[in-house]
Design a protein around this ligand. Structure first.
Ligand code: IFM
Length: 440
């Protein structure tokens, strides 16, 4: 690995990310049913109908996992709390075992000198709330505010940073328009409502945390660089619609108090009544902005209803997910986000990494493609920082192989290999390379 910690500004944070349902083992510790459990149990949704019941058994092995983070020289750990572990029905009586678990986890991070960076929702909605309409129901903003108060009332005093919701595009569009994530709905009205309510819930959670005196609050957005597949005006317009739906809708809501016209053209008739009045909450001031970045997309127009676009396979090398490797997109987003949305606000890369079909050979896992991927993306971050973009940290996705949602356990994103039979952890070559680079 070419990069060295010393090439980054003083105080720049390096960390790794995970999420609760993907690693903890949801069957342990009294957690309630989530919409991911029922989505996975429905034929055709998830590879081999795999689910998060055991996952990496982080619930019992978290000390070993935190030791790996600390031994690599990471400064921070981005983890998430599970709503259904804290409140098995989504509302009502908290689960004491769930609260105790996050309490232990927090103290174990601090004991190892790791800054706890918490996300309150990384996709596992309690099934009881899904029964009530989930993200389509405006009441979710208050349900989420109540959950925020309970979990942050317990661990908020020790957090370095907190973000309410991971990747609002995935929670809303991917799950309610494309139907590729729980709850697997394909309906434009459901999608429009989920897109608005996810931002309203984000804003309510920020308000609650401010009232509890918790600081360093941010939002985490997943971004994909959208490019026209050819030089036509139609392809350019398709790319602008994709960019609007994927990137600008959520950043625009939170940082400008407005949704882009290119998205309202299709979604306005389906947004909930009075949506324009919610921006005071949605725009609750933030202390930082997190960008999750993996790839770009090439777009072409398609027949049929709005948004009338198709993705075209690009020419660049691809990861195991079939995502093109395009590090330049990360620098473009850092510059554009600062220039058009966030100004001087600190930016963090809250996720970046790649899946590869890693194998254990003679006790080791060689993953040169991941080393090259991380190196190339970190170089873009370094250049942006050197040019004055206020980027303050980088979190690799992911600390360890885990449950990759509808792709089950096949897609390996980890710096640490996990044998899903024995649950043995084995640091890959990329883990060792990062460790060396962080010491340089
Ligand atoms: O595994 C996911 C994560 O849960 C959210 N961001 C993207 C990752 C890779 O697909």
């Amino acid at each position: 690995m070419q990069f060295a910690r010393s090439a980054f500004p003083d105080g720049f944070l390096f960390g790794a990310s995970t999420s609760s349902y993907q690693i903890e083992g949801h069957s342990f510790g009294g957690a309630g049913l989530t919409h991911w459990d029922t989505f996975a149990a429905t034929a055709g949704n998830v590879v081999r109908a795999e689910h998060g019941a055991i996952a990496c058994d982080h619930y019992h092995r978290y000390e070993e996992d935190l030791d790996l983070l600390a031994a690599a020289g990471f400064d921070a750990y981005r983890f998430s709390t599970s709503w259904a572990r804290v409140l098995p029905e989504g509302r009502g009586t908290p689960n004491p075992e769930g609260l105790d678990f996050y309490d232990r986890l927090t103290d174990a991070m601090l004991e190892r000198g790791l800054k706890p960076c918490c996300t309150l929702y990384h996709w596992e909605l309690p099934a009881g709330l899904n029964d009530l309409g989930g993200w389509r129901n405006r009441d979710i903003a208050e349900w989420f505010a109540d959950y925020t108060e309970i979990i942050m009332g317990r661990i908020g005093d020790r957090m370095f940073s907190v973000a309410p919701i991971n990747e609002p595009w995935c929670v809303s569009w991917l799950a309610h328009f494309l139907g590729l994530q729980a709850p697997g709905i394909r309906d434009i009205r459901a999608a429009a409502r989920a897109m608005h309510h996810v931002l309203l819930a984000h804003g309510r959670a920020i308000e609650v945390m401010r009232s509890l005196g918790i600081g360093n609050l941010g939002g985490v957005f997943n971004l994909e660089w959208a490019e026209p597949a050819d030089d036509s005006d139609e392809a350019r317009a398709a790319a602008a619609r994709y960019d609007g739906i994927y990137n600008r809708f959520f950043l625009g809501g939170v940082f400008k108090g407005a949704y882009p016209d290119v998205v309202l053209e299709g979604l306005e008739p389906h947004l909930p009544a009075g949506w324009q009045d919610d921006f005071a909450t949605i725009q609750a001031p933030l202390d930082w902005c997190g960008l999750n970045y993996y790839t770009r997309k090439l777009l072409t127009p398609s027949e049929g209803p709005w948004p009338g676009l198709d993705e075209v396979e690009g020419p660049l090398p691809k990861t195991q997910m079939e995502w093109e490797i395009y590090p330049e997109g990360l620098a473009k987003f850092l510059r554009r986000t600062a220039a058009e949305y966030t100004g001087d606000l600190p930016l963090y890369i809250t996720e970046n990494g790649m899946a590869s079909a890693d194998r254990v050979t003679e006790g080791a896992v060689d993953d040169p493609d991941r080393i090259a991927y991380l190196d190339a993306h970190l170089e873009e971050v370094r250049k942006a920082a050197a040019d004055g973009v206020p980027v303050r940290g980088y979190f690799a996705w992911s600390l360890m192989d885990n449950y990759e949602w509808a792709r089950g356990y096949d897609m390996r994103f980890g710096l640490v290999h996990v044998d899903f039979e024995s649950l043995q952890r084995r640091p890959k070559a990329s883990y060792h390379a990062l460790k060396e680079a962080l010491a340089r």
